[in-house]
Design a protein around this ligand. Sequence first.
Ligand SMILES: Cc1cc2nc3c(=O)[nH]c(=O)nc-3n(C[C@H](O)[C@H](O)[C@H](O)COP(=O)(O)OP(=O)(O)OC[C@H]3O[C@@H](n4cnc5c(N)ncnc54)[C@H](O)[C@@H]3O)c2cc1C
Ligand SMILES: *[C@@H]1O[C@H](CO)[C@@H](O)[C@H](O)[C@H]1NC(C)=O
Ligand SMILES: *[C@@H]1O[C@H](CO)[C@@H](O)[C@H](O)[C@H]1NC(C)=O
Ligand SMILES: *[C@@H]1O[C@H](CO)[C@@H](O)[C@H](O)[C@H]1NC(C)=O
Ligand SMILES: *[C@@H]1O[C@H](CO)[C@@H](O)[C@H](O)[C@H]1NC(C)=O
Ligand SMILES: *[C@@H]1O[C@H](CO)[C@@H](O)[C@H](O)[C@H]1NC(C)=O
Ligand SMILES: *[C@@H]1O[C@H](CO)[C@@H](O)[C@H](O)[C@H]1NC(C)=O
Ligand SMILES: *[C@@H]1O[C@H](CO)[C@@H](O)[C@H](O)[C@H]1NC(C)=O
Length: 536
Amino acid sequence: MELLCFVVFLLLGSFSISATDETYNSFVQCLSTNSIPNSEIPKIVYNTSSPSFTPILQAYVRNQRFNTSTTPKPNIIITPLQESHVQASVICSKKLGLSLKIRSGGHDYEGISYVSSNGPFTILDMSNLRAINVSIRDESAWVQTGALVGELYYRIWEKSKVHGYPAGICTLVGVGGHLSGGGYGNLLRKYGLSVDNIIDAQVVDVQGRLLDRKAMGEDLFWAIRGGGGASFGVVLSYTIKLVPVPPVVTVFRVEKTLADNATDIVYRWQSIANKIDPNLFVRLLLQPITEKTKGKKQGKTIRASFIAEYLGSADTLLAVMNYTFPQLGVTKQDCKEMSWIESVLYWDNFDNKTSPDVLLNRMPQSVKFMKRKSDYLQTPIPVEGLESLWKKMIELGKVGLVFNPYGGRMDEINATATPFPHRAGNIFKIQYSVNWDDEGAEAANKYIGQTRALYDFLTPFVSKNPREAFLNYRDLDIGITTNGIKSYEQGKVYGIKYFKGNFERLVKVKTAVDPENFFRNEQSIPIQPKSLRRRL
Ligand SMILES: Cc1cc2nc3c(=O)[nH]c(=O)nc-3n(C[C@H](O)[C@H](O)[C@H](O)COP(=O)(O)OP(=O)(O)OC[C@H]3O[C@@H](n4cnc5c(N)ncnc54)[C@H](O)[C@@H]3O)c2cc1C
Ligand SMILES: *[C@@H]1O[C@H](CO)[C@@H](O)[C@H](O)[C@H]1NC(C)=O
Ligand SMILES: *[C@@H]1O[C@H](CO)[C@@H](O)[C@H](O)[C@H]1NC(C)=O
Ligand SMILES: *[C@@H]1O[C@H](CO)[C@@H](O)[C@H](O)[C@H]1NC(C)=O
Ligand SMILES: *[C@@H]1O[C@H](CO)[C@@H](O)[C@H](O)[C@H]1NC(C)=O
Ligand SMILES: *[C@@H]1O[C@H](CO)[C@@H](O)[C@H](O)[C@H]1NC(C)=O
Ligand SMILES: *[C@@H]1O[C@H](CO)[C@@H](O)[C@H](O)[C@H]1NC(C)=O
Ligand SMILES: *[C@@H]1O[C@H](CO)[C@@H](O)[C@H](O)[C@H]1NC(C)=O
């Protein structure tokens, strides 16, 4: 018996080594016939025997769930140093039938930029392509997709203290996934999403052509501003429009528990959060915690943390709060005035003496196990609903919710202007959020199970037909495509949730630019079934 296993193991082993060898050699040869000098190839192509393979793979893993010995690993990692390397990589991957995963900052919540559930795959890692050029005269910037949003904020701040860009609160997210998937942060109510402030882009298409906005045409340019880049090509860069920020902004963080009437205040928050002055963004974090009275642990309660960014001074913020949301009881002591870049650091939980230079550090302090889900609300949750929600959250124990207010600029932008469809009428988006540190399937099942249970619980209160979801909060629970003959039907399940009425236009663009579905992943835009294609 033992001997038999050994023989089988040997056979499998030698088979897989020779298969990888062959793939690797053919790939390298193909790059070389596509004008990549042989001297450059070892600097950009790594197979599993390379000592750099594991460090490169792990460098942009941002969820410990996908950093285990059983996580499927790529056969090859490509780390292009220039645009032509990307072009040749696409041509050669297509030619050899490699399944290509594109990774920029690696923050995908389900890890689909560096893990595959559908057999062998190769990673195209964009982290070396991260140049940023800022022009204050044009109020624009050109940013390669391997850059992180924190680096972009830093380069803008270096040139101007009164310009910014509406993008993520977590400064380590990558431009490639973040901008192609929507991208939002605390400037959302004033200036909309990242994708509402993009004026040009460069893409490498399935034929390896390098296309700018003019060359790719308005349909593809539309698709890569919220439809997710990975279905359409490799986005190399975006040209963005900078937005004005005042020299002084104000932040606060005010916490209330159930004993402080959090229920009434949260209820009130729902009726002002999307209607208040668009210069003000008040995020709400809800968490089950153990109550402490005089240092003694008591029962469980819910903590509601209200975190604000206001584009103006503390005095005007206090006047706005006093007028629209006095229930929160914000005082002058709660308000901190600072520059916009300091508020970027504040929101990303750096302490108040941290220099903006920290934004050039690409590596996180620690990487946790995570699960996220999302929902949208167009009607407020009634008081009794909130009370039952608190009970449920306390019962589950760990999963928290983040309410991100909409309204303002988000109400003004047509839902068809970009693939991102969640515009007028949304009060807020919910993020279901749980992080944990314990390894193993038991903990993962427990905490992921909590997010699913809370998602089920909130069904009566959230959007319906479809139950909407945010692409950048990737959630494979809402459907996956296995890329078989049913891929359109499968893709429609999550596609309608992420894109609503824009899904069909994305399918048309996809079918036109990548008819053989080379650029695919677990939740990519499917191609149109032949039966639905219009005959020419
Ligand atoms: C800690 C944390 C905080 C976050 N905070 C926010 C936030 O404040 N606001 C917000 O909107 N989102 C936030 N997100 C979600 C984040 O915006 C998305 O996960 C986003 O896709 C990350 O981009 P990335 O380049 O880092 O990810 P990656 O994992 O590299 O890529 C994500 C997806 O985009 C594709 N892709 C990446 N680069 C390219 C490219 N160059 N061309 C084509 N396709 C590409 C990938 O193949 C994959 O499908 C957060 C995520 C995390 C983990
Ligand atoms: C891995 O790459 C090296 C060159 O860096 C090459 O010599 C070797 O054959 C490759 N091995 C496999 C298994 O592909
Ligand atoms: C992934 O796991 C390895 C140990 O297997 C660890 O050294 C590394 O730091 C982890 N990566 C991240 C991003 O945390
Ligand atoms: C950005 O700046 C670099 C270095 O100055 C330059 O080589 C490049 O052409 C610039 N790119 C754009 C699009 O302006
Ligand atoms: C909570 O609300 C009740 C009734 O409105 C009020 O009497 C009480 O003072 C409030 N408690 C706090 C801590 O604000
Ligand atoms: C708040 O508004 C009330 C009137 O509604 C006013 O009397 C009070 O002075 C205001 N307080 C502040 C701090 O603006
Ligand atoms: C900075 O943080 C310290 C410690 O938390 C605090 O004592 C101090 O008041 C803060 N300063 C400002 C300006 O917020
Ligand atoms: C949104 O844009 C579409 C397409 O251009 C148009 O038909 C529709 O009337 C617009 N809707 C609104 C509310 O302006």
